[in-house]
Design a protein around this ligand. Structure first.
Ligand SMILES: [Zn+2]
Length: 338
C-alpha cells in the first residue's frame, strides 16, 4: 500500500502512490458496458427494470448487465486497507495510506459528461454516493470520506468516462480541518454560521450564479480559480448524508444546470468538483456542507504555487454574470424538457 507523509511543519499531506503492475489503458474504455471484467466486481449496479430501479451486484462469475450506474473498488487505489504498519514520527511523519477507494460510474455512455447526463441520472448518482458515504462511515479506520469528480486531462483525469471517487482517509484533510476550526471559532465568538451568513449575503447579489428552491450557486468573493463557484444549501445543514430525496433532486437540478452552463461558457473546459462535508465521527467539528467547482482554465504561476496568491483573469462578479446567463438557459431547457 501507499504511504502518506506530512510536511516538516505545515499542515500538508502527500501520498506516495503504490506502484501498480498494470494500468488498464483508458482508451480501452474500462468503465464501459461489456468491459466489466476490466474493473473489480461491482458492489452496486443500478438497473432500471419495469420502471423500477433495482440494486444488484456482480457475482464472481457473472456481471450485471444493462446498468445505469456502477460502483466498484478502484483497481488503482490511492489508499488501501491492506495495511502495513509503517508509522514514523515528526519531523519525518508518515502513516500508511489506509482506506477505501470506490469509483462511481455516472453513466454507461462514455460520451456523456457531468454536464450532459440528465437530472434524473444525476439524482440517482447522488443517491448512490449518499448510500456509499453512509456505509463507508461504518467501516473501521474511516475518519473522513472525500468525494470528488474530475473532468478532463488538465483536471487530472485520463479516463473520459464520467465517474466520481469516494476515497476515505484516516485523518481529516487539512482544508476541512481549517474550515471547521474557523467555522467553530466564528460560531463561538459571534453565534453565527459563517456559511449561512455568506449565503444570505450572496443571494441575489452580483456573484450569484443560480438559485433553486433549496440551493444557491455563487462565485466566491476571493476565488482561487477563474470561474470557480460553490453550491450550498440555503439553510443550515451539516450533513449531505442526511438530505432527503426531494433535496437530492433539487441539488441534481442546480448541479446539472451550472455544470452545463460552465461547459457552454468555456469550450472544452476541464474542472474538478469536490464535496466539503462535515466529518461524521463523534465530537468532530461541523461545517455547513457545500460543493466547490474549480474550472482549470490556465496553468499556475510561481505566485500561485509558491505563495498561495491566486491570479484570476476575470473577476468573480463578471464570471458569475456569464455563468448565470448560461446556467439559467440550461435550467430553462431542462425544466422545459421535464
Ligand atoms: Zn450554516
Amino acid at each position: 500500500m501507499g504511504e502518506m507523509r506530512k510536511d516538516y511543519v505545515a499542515e500538508r499531506f502527500m501520498i506516495i502512490e503504490k506502484k501498480v503492475d498494470k494500468v488498464v489503458d483508458p482508451k480501452k474504455f474500462p468503465f464501459a458496458p461489456g468491459h466489466e471484467a476490466m474493473t473489480n466486481p461491482s458492489v452496486l449496479s443500478l438497473v432500471a427494470r419495469e420502471g423500477m430501479l433495482q440494486r444488484l451486484q456482480d457475482d464472481e462469475d457473472e456481471y450485471v448487465k444493462n446498468w445505469s450506474i456502477r460502483v466498484f473498488e478502484s483497481k488503482n487505489p490511492i489508499v488501501s486497507i491492506d495495511s502495513e504498519n509503517s508509522y514514523s514520527d515528526k519531523p519525518f511523519y508518515s502513516e500508511p495510506a489506509y482506506g477505501y477507494h470506490y469509483i462511481v460510474v455516472a453513466s454507461p455512455n462514455q460520451k456523456d459528461t457531468f454536464a450532459t447526463i440528465d437530472i434524473e441520472q444525476w439524482s440517482n448518482v447522488l443517491v448512490v454516493v449518499q448510500d456509499r458515504l453512509r456505509w463507508l462511515y461504518t467501516q473501521k479506520g474511516v475518519t473522513y470520506v472525500s468525494i470528488y469528480g474530475d473532468h478532463g486531462e488538465l483536471a487530472g483525469n485520463k479516463n473520459p468516462h464520467p465517474h466520481l471517487h469516494l476515497l476515505t482517509l484516516s485523518t481529516i484533510p487539512p482544508v476541512i480541518e481549517e474550515k471547521s476550526e474557523a467555522s467553530h471559532k466564528i460560531l463561538n465568538e459571534k453565534g453565527v454560521c459563517y456559511m449561512c451568513q455568506t449565503v444570505n449575503e450572496e443571494i441575489g447579489g452580483p456573484r450569484q450564479v443560480l438559485q433553486t428552491e433549496g440551493f444557491i450557486a455563487f462565485c466566491p468573493w476571493a476565488p482561487s480559480y477563474p470561474y470557480e463557484f460553490c453550491i450550498s444549501p440555503k439553510k443550515h445543514t451539516t450533513h449531505f448524508s442526511k438530505i432527503s430525496q426531494k433535496e437530492i433532486n433539487d441539488l441534481a437540478l442546480i448541479l446539472r444546470s451550472t455544470l452545463g452552463g460552465l461547459s457552454k461558457t468555456i469550450k472544452n473546459v476541464a474542472f474538478n468538483f469536490v464535496f466539503h462535508l462535515s466529518p461524521e465521527k463523534k465530537n468532530s467539528r461541523q461545517i455547513h456542507w457545500h460543493i466547490e467547482i474549480y474550472p482549470i482554465t490556465k496553468p499556475w504561476s510561481g505566485l500561485e504555487r509558491g505563495y498561495g496568491i491566486f491570479l484570476n483573469d476575470i473577476s468573480p462578479e463578471e464570471a458569475a454574470e456569464k455563468l448565470g446567463a448560461a446556467s439559467r438557459k440550461e435550467l430553462a431547457n431542462l425544466v422545459g424538457i421535464i
